[in-house]
Design a binder for this molecule. Structure first.
Ligand code: CO
Length: 251
């Protein structure tokens, strides 16, 4: 299956889906505080998504039981929200959210500080976010897909952090996960040629320690194998023909 090229009409719908998700993330970010449960975040996120007339795309996806993936500290991604899991001052929390608007998906993730966090943790969050921006400098029509992967890898590796390899970014559109897969680490090949109209979810997942991850017995929650902190940053972007990609999930 080839990578889909979106029409102007589809791009317009994806822009709207992206903006609403950016708004959801902004509101969730403002709401985060110690004492809140991870289920509180999920419920608020679902309410916000539905308030825009959209549908949470993660809910029931392959059996995932919530609308927002809430991953705390050494949890990398796909953390399942629980009423008993209370955020503590000094935690870091990654929120991954997505929605469907008129059949089109958006997908984005942010890592937030809960109260006051260590300088080390702040740096991990910043480097993870910046690695996305380093990657998308290469997200230009005519470049190759894995130029993005290498740019992320080079930037992150210069800090000595571990890049998660078991999970990758992806194309997105009428489905949450479309072709191509987008690794956050250097590949032997160049990958497909990028073309205007491709919509991609770029999502570095970065560990303070080693890159290896494990799965918890809930079959969803991915954790760092060495127990180190992990951060996640993701946006849905559009490849354009004028050089700069358009980031659809920022305000
Ligand atoms: Co994604």
């Amino acid at each position: 299956m080839a990578v889909s090229i979106k029409s102007e009409r589809e791009i317009e719908l994806m822009r709207k889906a992206g903006k609403m998700l950016a708004e959801v993330h902004a509101r969730l970010g403002e709401a985060i505080r110690p004492g809140m449960s991870t289920l509180d975040i999920d419920k608020l996120g679902e309410k916000l998504i539905r308030s825009y007339g959209c549908v949470p795309n993660f809910l029931n996806y392959n059996g995932y039981p919530a609308s927002i993936c809430v991953s705390v500290n050494d949890e990398v991604v796909h953390g399942i929200p629980h009423a008993e899991h209370i955020l503590q001052d000094g935690d870091i929390v990654s929120l991954d959210a997505g929605l469907i608007y008129k059949g089109y998906h958006s997908d984005a993730a942010r890592t937030h500080a809960v109260g006051t966090i260590s300088e080390e943790a702040k740096k991990l969050i910043e480097v993870t976010k910046q690695s996305f921006f380093e990657g998308i400098k290469m997200a230009k029509s005519g470049n190759h897909l894995y130029d993005i992967s290498s740019a992320i890898d080079q930037y992150v590796s210069s800090f000595g952090y571990g890049i998660v390899k078991d999970l990758v970014g992806h194309g997105i559109g009428t489905k949450l996960h479309e072709e191509p897969q987008i690794p956050n680490f250097t590949q032997r090949r160049k990958g497909i040629k990028l073309r205007a109209g491709m919509t991609l979810a770029i999502e570095p997942m970065i560990n303070m320690g080693d890159w290896e991850v494990d799965w918890l017995d809930d079959d969803w929650t991915v954790v760092t194998a060495d127990g180190s902190l992990s951060a996640h940053y993701e946006n849905t972007i559009l490849i354009t023909d004028d050089g700069e990609p358009e980031i659809l999930t920022l305000l």
